[in-house]
Design a protein around this ligand. Structure first.
Ligand code: GLN
Length: 456
């Protein structure tokens, strides 16, 4: 099969299925077909001999810049934004011969966990179209689940790769903070954001991560990990591996079917020779408030650049500068984004800074210490990705606090900068997928990939 045939087949599948799921904001039909021919020529000329991704069609979350191609963040504010450059992760995929076929739907500016806050309408979960795909990388997860993409890139600030992977029955990795360059990722909360792979299984994700990871001078928080051979960890061997389950992860608030499925997965690892035990972990109950304060504070600062002057949406009629700002931002942003910016501006304001933002940073440091202590004993921490399976579309629409609590198991990895993978581990009685989360120490990607491979 030629690259063009593969790309055409993928485009046909998108045309057939996307009306039902709404995974794509932009389909790059012409670009992809043209690029398929270029890649084919290079393959025929012997290039890409050691690149397993050469000729593979893939898609990108719509907050990751693609040169000359709309990158909207699923917001009206960036509805006309064509970046003049591509993200480093995109450049790296292209250098490996990947054919990018489109841009994927998401919660507006990656704020949310259901893909319902997109200006372009919600994405639907391919397992049950009355339920959400999770979010914010819901378009990415649903596209992989519905075979509308071989793999996708997502971004994860507080769970946005892992939770939709869980809801859609696919695998997603949030890498160590600094592992993948954030250059060209439109910022939500810069100290937490990471780009990562979403694919059918951990083998696919490891292969993609191997390509996109690496130090990049264009991102000042990028790190040199030294070892990037993640596919070497795809071995079925967890003998002697030490795995801890935080007691609070199976306590209050978790759905019983999710809990049973997680315990069954723990048993699989135990049978394969891993040491698996519960342990007490401190600070977990403070992760949600700390995350929402820090993420919102950074968002209010990062999103101040959308003022209707430099680029993006501008209100059509206005009187003077203040009025441009006010109308542009009122019309250009959706309700959830406005809520976050208001929370952020509040917690950063003088008089409240010490009580909220500073406290949240202290909690963040304590959460990190709590993980450090756990990793003195364990190689990997195991738990659920989310307390439930996919919720109905519209659930908790008017209850933001309830929605935020759904991120209870994912946000601490971002606060501590740690790598974590979500992989499918079963179904509930509604036949919706359940996600297992494995968290590793800093730069411990290989540990979580090895443990995840036990289930493949
Ligand atoms: N659901 C979380 C939030 O709304 C996480 C989002 C993300 O990781 N981008 O902030």
């Amino acid at each position: 099969i030629t690259v063009k045939e593969a790309v055409q087949a993928q485009l046909d599948r998108i045309k057939e299925a996307d009306g039902a799921y709404n995974c794509y904001v932009t389909i790059m039909e012409q670009e992809a077909l043209q690029r398929a021919e270029e890649v084919q020529k290079k393959i025929d000329a012997g290039e890409f001999a050691d690149s397993p991704l050469a000729g593979v069609p893939a898609a990108i979350k719509d907050n990751i810049c693609t040169k000359g191609v709309l990158t909207t963040c699923s917001s009206k504010m960036l509805g006309n934004f064509k970046p003049p450059y591509s993200a480093e992760a995109v450049e790296k995929l292209e250098a490996a011969g990947v054919v990018i076929i489109g841009k994927l739907n998401m919660d507006e500016f990656a704020m949310g966990g259901s893909t319902e806050t997109s200006f372009y309408g919600p994405t639907r979960n391919p397992w049950n179209v009355n339920t959400v795909p999770g979010g914010s990388s819901g378009g990415s997860a649903a596209a992989v689940a519905a075979e509308e993409a071989f793999f996708a890139l997502g971004s994860d600030t507080g769970g946005s790769i892992r939770q939709p992977a869980s809801f859609c029955g696919i695998t997603g990795i949030k890498p160590t903070y600094g592992m993948v360059s954030r250059y060209g990722l439109i910022a939500f909360a810069s100290s937490l954001d990471q780009i990562g792979p979403m694919g059918r299984d951990v083998s696919d994700c490891a292969a993609v991560l191997e390509v996109i990871a690496g130090h990049d001078a264009k991102d000042s928080t990028s790190m040199d990990a030294g070892d990037y051979k993640f596919t070497e960890a795809l071995v079925d061997d967890v003998k002697g591996m030490k795995i801890g389950i935080p007691d609070s992860y199976l306590g209050e608030g978790i759905d019983e079917e999710v809990k049973q499925s997680i315990l069954a997965a723990a048993e699989v690892l135990r049978e394969k020779g891993a040491l698996v035990e519960e342990f007490h972990m401190d600070m977990t109950k403070y992760a949600i408030p700390a995350y929402y304060i820090i993420a919102s504070a950074e968002a209010s600062s990062n999103l101040s650049r959308y003022d209707g002057i430099k680029y993006g949406y501008r209100t059509p009629d206005f009187e003077g500068l203040q009025d441009v700002y006010k109308k542009t931002r009122s019309e250009g942003f959706g309700a959830e984004v406005k809520r976050r910016m208001m929370i952020g501006a509040f917690v950063l304001s003088s008089g409240y800074y010490d009580a909220y933002y500073k406290k949240a940073l202290q909690v963040k440091a304590l959460i990190k210490e709590s993980f450090d202590r756990a990793f003195e004993k364990y190689d990997v921490i195991l738990g659920p990705t989310a307390p439930t399976t996919a919720l109905e579309i519209g659930a908790n629409a008017d209850d933001p606090l309830k929605r935020y609590l759904g991120d209870i198991y994912t946000v601490s990895a971002n606060l501590a900068g740690l790598p974590a993978v979500s992989l499918p581990c079963g179904f509930d009685s509604r036949k919706l997928p359940i996600g297992l989360q494995l968290t590793g120490k800093l730069f411990g990607e290989k540990d979580i990939i090895r443990a995840a491979y036990s289930f493949e």
